[in-house]
Design a protein. Structure first.
Length: 453
């Protein structure tokens, strides 16, 4: 059974007094979906943070993936002096961090000094879309399926090698293999049990197709709770791998074999907590489901920057790779971008566009914004697709970050759902990534050009 979560303040204080907890990790999910923040002592947490919040540099929501200050963000820039914002701990997320000795962890929201929420903070963005959904008497429930590739090398060794010649934890396809996954079960078991002790319920772990590739799946839950558990799990998995002298990566595409996906499952419920994607006959998708799906399909391309935020993300989208290239929905059809799965009350949509680099808050915000557009606009149903979506004449998934960023910047839906400030912020995020890549000289260019040009 999962451990206590949330951890109450009284329980935390008792653990601290007994010396069982001496560190509290205050963590903010950043634009990339990583945890940024600081470690504080329990006495400081109770005496200062709880009554006053904590402070952090606003550039935490305005940097590239290397945490470098970059131009183009109105939130934080040299002209503004790179000031602070507030880190507001969300007590509902307080839990043990059993992968670190004597630690608890709490997630934070970011606000301006006057305590106005920052509209471009990923966690705030999701809360905004959930509030919109609530006006329709609806709530969102979700789960994410994160894949990773595990190596026997440490992170430091991988860095020193330039990420070449690494040894995967498995030497052949271990999809669903009990024998193959047994080779790395000590680490997988440690990750599963750490999550359970932190109150994050694990359903299963399994092998995947690429060499050393695995997946650990967490329990379905409310959308915000799911994202919170996703980012904590991702951090813990990396830390536990490092403690074992190994390394794992969620990078979407590390080689020509299968990439790391992060399929996102989503369903809606009414105020009585009853599923609304199923028709009264108990078998067919409801009208609301078809409106929601029509919205997803109509706006997926212009919101793909939230499903695939990096240059590498788009290298997953190849024919026959189990990553989608066509925007269609199908019943239990893995060739479609949106696969509908589950039976009866469990009917839900699986978004197959995101990779392991996805920020879950942004992806679910995009799915809800698109689906709400379909509901509020009473979009006409899109026919169910049957067959091979890879070879069919269907709308295509954006092929590059450049294309996705342009569609996002020009999107009327994105401006209406998120606001112009947020659109400019994330359009700049894509521009920063593209500029960095376009200015880099790659190994491919050296081998192709050094002698022969």
């Amino acid at each position: 059974m999962a451990g206590p979560a949330p951890l109450t303040l009284h329980a935390l204080e008792s653990l601290a007094e007994r010396g069982e907890i001496d560190t509290i990790i205050m963590a903010l999910p950043d634009m990339q979906g990583r945890l940024q923040g600081k470690r504080v002592m329990p006495r400081f947490f109770f005496e200062s943070v709880l009554p006053n919040a904590a402070e952090g540099c606003a550039y935490l929501l305005a940097t590239d993936i290397e945490c470098a200050p970059v131009p183009g963000y109105e939130l934080a820039a040299w002209d503004g002096g790179y000031g602070d914002f507030l880190l507001m701990p969300d007590l509902a997320t307080l839990r043990l961090a059993p992968w670190q000795k004597g630690a608890a962890i709490i997630l934070c929201d970011s606000t301006l000094p006057d305590r106005r929420p920052l509209a471009m903070a990923p966690r705030i963005m999701l809360k905004t879309q959930l509030a919109r959904l609530q006006t329709h008497g609806l709530s969102a429930h979700a789960a994410t399926e994160l894949e990773f590739i595990l190596f026997k090398n440490s992170y430091e060794d991988a860095w020193t090698r330039g990420y070449r010649g690494l040894t995967p934890a498995n030497q052949y396809n271990n999809d669903y293999s009990i024998l193959g996954t047994a080779r790395v079960e000590p680490l997988l078991r440690q990750i599963r049990n750490a999550m359970e002790e932190a109150g994050i319920q694990v359903e299963n772990s399994k092998g995947e197709c690429n060499l050393g590739q695995h997946e650990i799946n967490l329990r379905y839950g409310t959308a915000l709770e799911t994202c919170d558990k996703h980012v904590i799990y991702k951090e813990a998995a990396k830390e536990l791998a490092a403690q074992a002298g190994m390394a794992l990566t969620f990078m979407p595409k590390i080689n020509a074999r299968e990439g790391n996906s992060c399929h996102i499952h989503l369903s809606l419920r009414d105020t009585q907590d009853a599923p609304v994607f199923l028709d009264a006959d108990g078998h067919s998708p409801s009208k609301l489901f078809r409106q929601f799906m029509a919205g997803l399909l109509a706006h997926a391309a212009e919101l793909t920057v939230f499903f695939a935020p990096n240059i590498n993300s788009y290298k997953r989208y190849t024919v026959g790779s189990f990553a989608p290239t066509s925007l269609a929905w199908g019943m239990d059809n893995r060739t479609c971008a949106f696969r509908v799965v589950g039976h009866g009350p469990a009917l839900r949509v699986e978004n197959r566009l995101p990779g392991g680099d996805v920020n879950p808050y942004l992806a679910l915000s995009a799915m809800l914004a698109a689906g709400l557009a379909g509901i509020e606009g009473d979009y006409a149903p899109v026919p169910l697709f049957s067959g091979n979506a890879y070879t069919a004449d269907l709308p295509r998934v954006p092929a590059t970050l450049d294309e996705a960023a342009r569609l996002f910047a020009e999107s009327d839906l994105a401006h209406a759902a998120f606001g112009a400030d947020v659109v400019r912020h994330y359009a700049n995020m894509a521009k920063v990534e593209l500029d960095a890549f376009n200015s880099a000289v790659t190994d491919w260019e050296f081998f192709r050009s050094f002698e022969r040009m």
